[in-house]
Design a protein around this ligand. Structure first.
Ligand SMILES: Nc1ncnc2c1ncn2[C@@H]1O[C@H](COP(=O)(O)OP(=O)(O)OP(=O)(O)O)[C@@H](O)[C@H]1O
Ligand SMILES: [Mg+2]
Length: 422
């Protein structure tokens, strides 16, 4: 019996690890000097891996849960002690994502800095990197999630399919774009938008005028896009390490209303050809921009079955919430594995699933007060973010598993409605 746990057994078990992720791309860069590389794997390093996450919303809250399981030391940079991740028990530093000293103070607690949102000035990110901090994703990759114009231009240069678009600064330029590509036109702020804020469908150039004159200094660049007759929206979620290992999740169909994700279906009940093309596009984009961590590629499917790339997020993403219950590895655990350059987990689907977002409505009760009613729905997995109810705010989500995603949707929807009914 002696020696069963000794080095030989360890070597044999290490060999069992093999390639790790379900779909891999050959190594692109070395990783021995990285926090998840040889030093920790050797067992010589005793302290846990330390990750700082900029932002403390619900994505950080759920990443914290995964960090607890892995024994990873996650600290979040929170703007308030009432932020969702802080209320979920995540260790935190108080500060603003737009303050360089605050970013530095969070970074100094970590081996790796990562993000719960992309609203961090690019100059600060580059300064963090210059001062020796390891950012995952890198500022160079993150810029494609921070600036829709830059992303669109890069995709067009790489001959990836995108809606017709142009950067615009004046009403005249919007007018010209509309004349060339037809109305309505989708006018988007290049930076700073989320949940449909900053996305405007306009019927004529006159409607552009107040929009172009509005906005904070950070949101003064605009992109005009042809309005796509969207047959369906889908997200391809993948994880990528700095060594280039990639694991792709089954495709997710997303359904938005007023620019906000209402529910998602996993796996996307969409034609195989479109899903295969979308997966290929996402892997190509991940490699081209050097994405690390979770990459979400949002796409449109047009009525002719063409896939068009919409936008990117380089962090855990709302469309991936079903991975918690439905996949071998949740997107939150996977994000930590990927930013630490650790072996990626399997992305295999355990069951079809659907997730419904719990979104604030005017005069609503706090969904927390309805929790017991929602929990009475068999198979409903309720996640509440402890955010104060406000119209349009994401307050939680419900996931249900089922024989197919539409069957799961019925149950998730029933529980979500119980949480929001007056
Ligand atoms: N060119 C377009 N044609 C038709 N609909 C569009 C177009 N662009 C965006 N939309 C709709 O608006 C939604 C929000 O757009 P987009 O994803 O660009 O903005 P966002 O606010 O940054 O989103 P997110 O909440 O994902 O951060 C899309 O999911 C889609 O439903
Ligand atoms: Mg979007």
């Amino acid at each position: 019996m002696g020696g069963a746990d000794g080095p030989n057994r360890c070597t044999a078990l290490t060999a069992l690890g093999g390639g790790g992720a379900s779909s891999t791309i050959p190594s692109q860069t070395g990783s021995d000097d990285e926090p998840g590389g040889a030093s920790l794997a050797s067992g010589m390093e005793r302290r846990p891996a330390r990750v700082a996450m900029i932002g403390a919303g619900q994505l950080a809250r759920m990443t914290h849960q995964a960090a607890v399981d892995l024994g990873v030391d996650l600290t979040v940079l929170a703007e308030s002690a009432y932020d969702s991740a802080v209320l979920g028990g995540a260790p935190f530093r108080l500060g603003s994502p737009s303050s360089l000293p605050d970013l530095l103070s969070a970074a100094e607690l970590s081996d790796v800095v990562t993000f719960d949102h992309e609203l961090v000035p690019g100059a600060h990110l580059r300064e963090l990197e210059r001062s020796g901090h390891r950012l995952q994703p890198s500022p160079a990759a993150l810029q494609f999630a921070q600036d829709k114009g830059r992303a669109r231009e890069a995709f067009r240069r790489a001959e990836l399919p995108v809606p017709e678009f142009a950067r615009v600064r004046s009403v005249e330029e919007v007018e010209q774009f509309g004349e060339r590509h037809g109305w309505p036109v989708v006018l988007k702020s290049a930076q700073g938008g989320y949940d449909g804020r900053g996305v405007h469908v306009i019927d004529d150039a006159a409607q552009a005028s107040p929009l172009l004159a509005s906005g904070s200094a950070a949101a003064r660049e605009w992109v005009a896009e042809a309005f796509v007759n969207v047959a369906a929206e889908l997200t391809i979620l993948l994880a990528r390490t700095s060594a280039g290992h990639t694991a792709v999740y089954p495709a997710i169909q997303t359904v938005q209303r007023d620019g906000v994700l209402r529910h998602l279906l996993m796996p996307a009940p969409l034609p195989d050809a479109a899903v295969d093309e979308a997966r290929e596009l996402a892997v190509t984009i991940g490699r081209a921009i050097g994405a690390t961590g979770i990459l979400a590629v949002e796409m449109f499917l047009d009525p002719d079955g063409r896939v068009l790339v919409n936008e990117l997020a380089l962090r855990p993403h709302n469309s991936g919430h079903a991975t918690i219950e439905a996949c071998e590895t949740s997107q939150f655990e996977q994000h930590l594995r990927a930013v630490l350059n650790w072996p990626l987990g399997a992305t295999t689907l355990r069951s079809a699933a659907a997730t419904v977002n719990v979104i604030g409505e005017p005069d609503m009760v706090d969904p927390a007060s309805r929790l017991p009613m929602a929990l009475a729905v068999p198979g409903a997995h309720v996640h509440l973010y402890r955010k104060a109810p406000r119209p349009g705010r994401k307050l939680g989500h419900v996931t249900a598993l089922g024989s197919d995603p539409l069957d799961a949707l019925e149950r998730a929807q029933a529980a979500a409605e119980l949480l929001t009914c007056r």
